[in-house]
Every structure is written in structure tokens, then in C-alpha cells.
Write a protein that binds this ligand. Structure first.
Ligand code: HEM
Length: 410
């Protein structure tokens, strides 16, 4: 099989920014898994769609990130002069050991299960305040007025962003998603990325100054102190990883809440069941993550020649895309109607948080935020209805899968 393998309409088998793919990627994944499970795209990347291959690639040490090399292969050697790409090259998400181990080690304690459990009362308070603010209106946009505010507030709390600086973050455009997509960015998109990166750098440099003068009990203070030590963290790494934490800490969780609410309202039997049995909520969140993951893909690079990945040879240096959303619908692991939402489904273990050394740092935080947000909404607004469940407006990005808006009334 090669890149000539085509999709249902005669177009490419993997065309992740096509409107019908964005609207519903799952029939496309079903075809990929059946026809060409390790598919070579016209951009020269290998796309894994089966659970077994996705899971293996994320955990196997023969694969890594190799960000600079991989990006230069795709865009040419000058790309690292673009500030947004230079900044990304310092993200722990894109780093290999030993840098990855060092960067992750500096923040991991803030995300332990215990620390995150302790945040429950604050998360509940923010969700209640958000509902209080709109309850008399009778309608809202579930994305902007509801899902968005919680993760932004919580990551601002964790980073130590002062309350009176936050309004700009609540209003921010959420345009950064294209940075992660496997389809190369246009020069205009790169220019936009550079501008957003420059704004973020300017803001955070000022906040670092503030925290050097007046330390707090927050992640920025912790990292600023690590930077002052000299050997632990460079200034570029500090800024880049704070920008990563801010972005990773909200966009993904907004979409977990939004995609979960849409899935429930498209499946009224499941919605009724969950309202009747709130004890199913923890399992329901795993099912939302599986059913329509807010992160659809992560990637690795072959660090050596790989003889056999799902029947293919992968030469050293080539990129392998791991389709998390497809792995989550693989009948080999979910034999009982994988394309159906079932909040009682047993043994749901979605790959939505990735795997191996890069396994999502915020997984437990995201689960608890979604559990409290969705649980409280169902309890406090039991007759809430989504205006148009059939044709919601999706954001035009592939890796970060989520809705632009989701108007609802009660
Ligand atoms: C539903 C919500 C979320 C999803 C689906 C998600 C998904 C992911 C995925 C797929 C990865 C890459 C794993 C890999 O390549 O193997 C990742 C990494 C990461 N996530 Fe999340 N994430 C979510 C929420 C969060 C939150 C709330 C935070 C922080 C507050 C966060 C911080 C990070 C960080 C820092 C990494 C990089 C970890 C590393 O490279 O070691 N994520 N996440």
C-alpha cells in the first residue's frame, strides 16, 4: 500500500483539514484501519490508526520527538529562525531525554493525583460561579460562557496569574491550534503564530519579574527560582514551558467538556441515564474521552530503522502520526459498537492522553474538571437543551478537536 490509496470520494485517504473530516473523522478512521493501517501521506508521514500500533509507537524507545530535525525536514533549515518554532523546540512535549526528564521533573509535583484532588473545592466554586452568572438569562454558549472559563481560571491559579490580569485570557482568540496540525502551516499562519508568541513572551517576562520580586505559592515562582539556579532551566525554556502549560492546560479541557456535552445531547438515552445515575460520571468521562477525544493525534519520529510496524518498514528520521481518536474506536479493543456512546461501557482506557514518557501531565486535572463541570451542569440546569445538535460549528483544526460555539437554552 502507498500514498495512492484513496478515500471514499476518490480523494486522499487521510485529509484531516477537509471539512467533512473535521465534521466527523470516525468514518475516515474506520477506512484507514481497514484499508491501510500504517498509511504513507503525501507529506511523507506514516499514519498509524490501529490501537496496537498507536500504543506501541508512543511507548517504544526506538521512537522519540526529534523536533528540530523533524521540523527542518518538513519546512527547510531556516524554520528555526521563526520565533514560534524556536519556542516550541523548548517545550517538554517536543523534547527527548535528558532534556525532557529535566523539564518535566521541575513541574510534575504540581500535578500529582493528591494535589489535584485537593483542588476539587476550588473547581466546584468556579463552576458554580459560572452558572450563577448566566442562570437567569435562560441561554448561553456552552463553550464561551461555560466550558472555557473553568480550565482558564484553574491554570491561571496554578501559574499564579493575578486575578486582575485574567480578563484578556478569557477573551483570547484560541487561534493557536494550527501549530500542532500535521499539515504544514502557510507563511501567514507562521506570522500569526510569531505574533501570538511575542505577545505571550512579553506578558510572561513581566510576570517573571514580578514573581522574582514577590514570590508566590505557584508554578511560575517555582520555575523562576529554578531558572535563577542557572543549571536547571534556561530563560527560553522557562518562557516556552509556561506558554505550553497555559495552552495545554485549557484548550484541551474546554473541548473535553464541549465534546462530552454534545455527545450526551446527541444520545438522549445516555443523557437520561447519567442524570438518573450520577455515580456513572467517572466512567462517563472516560467514555467521552474515548468517544470524541479533544486531542486526536500525537506524533513520534523513528530514532532508528524500524523493520516492521504493522507490516511497514519505517526508515530512521521518518515521522509517525498516532491517531488517538482512531485507536479509541478500534473494534479490536472495543468490540461492542465502538462508534456508539455508552457511559456504562466496561474497561474504557482511552489513549487520548498519549502514552510513555510524554503521557499527559494534566490528565487527572482534566478528568476532575470535566467531572465537576458536566455533573454540576446536569444537576443545576436539568432541562438544558442544545439549540442545534445536528450541525454544530467545529473549529477548523484537526489535532485539537472542539467546537467554536454550542448555543443552549433552558
Ligand atoms: C482533556 C484534556 C487533555 C487531553 C486530551 C490532553 C492530551 C495530551 C496528549 C495527547 C499529550 C501528548 C502525549 C504524548 O505525546 O504521548 C499531552 C501532553 C501534555 N499535556 Fe495534556 N491533555 C489534556 C489536558 C491537559 C491539562 C489540563 C494540562 C495542564 C494543566 C496538560 C498538560 C500537558 C503537558 C505539559 C504535556 C506534555 C507532557 C510531556 O511531554 O511530558 N494537559 N496531553
Amino acid at each position: 500500500m502507498n500514498e495512492q490509496v484513496q478515500g471514499a470520494s476518490g480523494g486522499p485517504l487521510f485529509n484531516p483539514l477537509a471539512p467533512d473530516f473535521i465534521r466527523d473523522p470516525y468514518p475516515h478512521y474506520d477506512r484507514l484501519r481497514t484499508i491501510d493501517p500504517v498509511h504513507l501521506t503525501s507529506f511523507g508521514q506514516f499514519v498509524c490508526s490501529r490501537h496496537a500500533d498507536v500504543s506501541l509507537v508512543m511507548r517504544d524507545k526506538r521512537f522519540g520527538k526529534d523536533f528540530v530535525e523533524r521540523t527542518q525536514r518538513r519546512y527547510g533549515p531556516e524554520i528555526m529562525n521563526e520565533p514560534v518554532f524556536r519556542s516550541m523546540s523548548h517545550w517538554m512535549l517536543q523534547a527527548d531525554p535528558p532534556d525532557h526528564t529535566r523539564l518535566r521533573g521541575l513541574v510534575v509535583k504540581a500535578f500529582t493525583a493528591r494535589r489535584v484532588e485537593d483542588m476539587r473545592p476550588r473547581i466546584q466554586e468556579v463552576v458554580d460561579q459560572t452558572i450563577d452568572a448566566v442562570i437567569d438569562r435562560g441561554h448561553m454558549d456552552l463553550i464561551e460562557d461555560f466550558a472555557f472559563r473553568l480550565p482558564v481560571t484553574i491554570i491561571c491559579d496554578m501559574l499564579g496569574i493575578p486575578e486582575d490580569h485574567r480578563e484578556v485570557f478569557y477573551k483570547s482568540s484560541r487561534d493557536g491550534g494550527r501549530l500542532l496540525d500535521p499539515v504544514p502551516m502557510t507563511p501567514e499562519e507562521i506570522a500569526k503564530g510569531n505574533a501570538a508568541n511575542a505577545m505571550a513572551q512579553m506578558y510572561f517576562q513581566q510576570l517573571f519579574e514580578l514573581r522574582r520580586r514577590s514570590p508566590g505559592d505557584d508554578l511560575i515562582t517555582q520555575l523562576v527560582q529554578a531558572e535563577e539556579d542557572g543549571s536547571k532551566l534556561s530563560n527560553e525554556e522557562l518562557t516556552a514551558n509556561i506558554i505550553l502549560l497555559f495552552g495545554a492546560g485549557h484548550e484541551t479541557t474546554v473541548n473535553l467538556i464541549g465534546n462530552g456535552l454534545l455527545a450526551l445531547h446527541r444520545n438522549p438515552d445516555q443523557l437520561a441515564l447519567l442524570k438518573a445515575r450520577p455515580d456513572l460520571m467517572v466512567n462517563a468521562i472516560e467514555e467521552f474521552l474515548r468517544y470524541d477525544s479533544s486531542v486526536q493525534m500525537t506524533g513520534r519520529v523513528a530514532l532508528e530503522d524500524i523493520d516492521d510496524l504493522g507490516g511497514r518498514k519505517i526508515p530512521k528520521g521518518e515521522s509517525v502520526l498516532c491517531l488517538l481518536g482512531s485507536a479509541n474506536h478500534d473494534p479490536a479493543v472495543y468490540p461492542d459498537r465502538p462508534n456508539r456512546l455508552d457511559v456504562t461501557r466496561p474497561n474504557v482506557k482511552p489513549l487520548s492522553f498519549g502514552g510513555g514518557i510524554h503521557f499527559c501531565l494534566g490528565a487527572q486535572l482534566a478528568r476532575i474538571e470535566a467531572e465537576i463541570a458536566i455533573g454540576t451542569l446536569l444537576r443545576r440546569l436539568p432541562d438544558l437543551r442544545i439549540d442545534d445538535v445536528e450541525n454544530p460549528e467545529w473549529r477548523p483544526t484537526f489535532v485539537l478537536r472542539g467546537l467554536k460555539r454550542l448555543p443552549a437554552s433552558w
